[in-house]
Design a protein around this ligand. Sequence first.
Ligand SMILES: [Zn+2]
Length: 296
Amino acid sequence: MAYKSLSSWLSLAQHSPWAIPHFNVSTTDQVQTIVEVCVEHASPLIIGVSEGEVDFIGYDVIRDVVTLWRDKTGLPIFLNADHHHSLESAKRAIDAGFDSVNIDCSLQSEIDNVAETKAVVAYAHSYVARKNFSRSFEVNVEGEIGALPTQSSEVMNKRVKIDPATLTTPDQAQRYVDVTGVDRLTPAVGTLHGIEPGGRNPHIDIDRLKQIAEIITIPVTLHGCSGTPTADIKKALPYLSNIHINTDLRVAYTKGLRSEIDDTTTPYKYLTPADEEMKKVVEKYVKLFMSAGKVV
Ligand SMILES: [Zn+2]
């Protein structure tokens, strides 16, 4: 199919009841597993790496691996620098050739968040002009306003109380988007990073999400959806372009790894069940987000 930019895909999903899955990775075998499922189900996808994940894997390595799989399969596979907390780290991703940056200064004051995000937008949007690429290329910037109450993707041992005052208001979202010029927005609408005990994560504040999506004219992304009730995700889909999944993948991968690690010292033997467990989770979310069959 003809090349479509990430912005085009996000816009397509914005006006349809499905969303592009964003899967975080730490290793290259995880990329291969995720891509295989998305090829099988003809789904566009975004591979994400946080600052910690990319410190381990390397900016140039993940860029080359994603490029290799994109060229090999013809699938729209995009690469996002997830939760990059400063202009400095965002520049590293942009300079490495990432398709997208999630600049997350949501724990800073609104004034500081806006200033840092504006600087990233200016750098990202001028990057393409400075490089004079021969092919159509752009860097899409995702900003965050309103903070998710947890920072790490992990299985927690107690429930988290979400303070409604930390959630994003429609006015706040509109002001932030207008001032920063971001290409897509992550609001805080009740989800959290990590998984709560029993996998019973909080409900999405659908009314708040709907109001935000209607007032801003750019695509909306939702983070922290591992463990979120399926019914909530279905209700949220018309208002979303892109949904992030990380913890569920980590839990599945680790479960598979533990099943073999004591019996063998051969990496391809203990990594195979890890990837197989993760594959089931990827498949579940591709179906739930209704992104299957969108690549024709
Ligand atoms: Zn996130």
